[in-house]
Write a protein that binds this ligand. Structure first.
Ligand code: ATP
Length: 239
């Protein structure tokens, strides 16, 4: 379990640079994210939002700058970690929710949610028991044995949110989690995601194009051409 006291910085990016061939997608981004915060990353298409999320989550090694991850007993600098340690961080300390969910259609709902625990070496029975607890918290009790294709889009996203949290991850990253949903379902799914920060011990990072989604987060950062435009409270930005 990686839950932190409210206010503790869990991710700190310093002067991040990410280049793809001859294109600079992030041109020196510095950003700190604390436990209890929900941070919306906004900006025009191509401004570097997904690149920033992938760099913060250790999916994409930056070509410059560094990220300090304070999700364990001692801070870790991502630049100093090999792929296997970054992969452990992603698997055990971070959770991910994507626009399409990336759930496995051949598995049942409970098997999908239990999967990260099985990959971490837990026994099937206890993994599925923990998965069922998360499913109940997300209002999906009774759907354990369904296949993913038998769920609505909103239910499938809530399964993805359960799966992202089942390992006790302290930081949840979501890339356009409501992008494929209608506005009512989007509101429900955001409510489920924002529960991540309800007890103040975990952080949520959401890439979104939707101002209404961003307005519900505690802070919005805006990217333009790979640089941070505005950093502040959502209320200041969207009032
Ligand atoms: N694998 C890649 N190879 C080359 N260029 C890339 C790659 N991934 C992204 N880019 C470029 O980097 C820039 C930032 O991309 P990114 O996907 O981070 O933007 P975004 O703000 O998330 O965009 P969108 O809102 O359209 O998803 C864009 O110009 C994009 O074309």
């Amino acid at each position: 379990m990686n839950h932190f006291p409210q206010g503790r910085v869990v991710l700190a990016a310093q002067n991040l640079v990410v280049s793809y061939a001859d294109h600079t997608a992030l041109a020196g981004v510095s950003l700190s994210i604390s436990a209890g915060e929900s941070v919306a990353i906004m900006g025009p298409s191509g401004s570097g939002k997904t690149t920033l999320l992938h760099a913060l989550a250790g999916i994409l090694p930056p070509s410059g700058g560094d990220i300090t991850v304070s999700t364990g007993p001692a801070p870790l600098r991502l630049a100093g970690l090999g792929e296997s340690e970054r992969s452990r961080l992603r698997r055990e300390e971070f959770g991910f929710v994507f626009q399409q969910g990336f759930l496995i259609p051949e598995l049942t709902v409970v098997e999908n949610v239990a999967l990260p625990l099985l990959l971490a070496g837990h026994a099937r029975r206890s993994a599925e028991a923990d998965a069922s607890v998360w499913l109940a918290k997300l209002g999906l009790g009774g759907l354990e044995k369904r296949r993913i294709g038998e769920l609505s889009g909103g239910q499938a996203q809530r399964v993805a949110i359960a799966r992202a949290q089942v390992t006790g991850a302290g930081v949840i990253f979501a890339d356009e989690p409501t992008g494929a949903l209608d506005s009512v379902t989007s509101t429900e799914v955001m409510s489920a995601l924002l529960e991540v920060t309800a007890d103040g011990s975990r952080a949520l990072v959401v890439v979104t194009h939707d101002e209404q989604v961003a307005a519900r987060c505690s802070r919005t950062v805006r990217l333009r051409d790979g640089r941070l435009d505005v950093v502040g409270a959502t209320s200041e930005v969207s009032a």
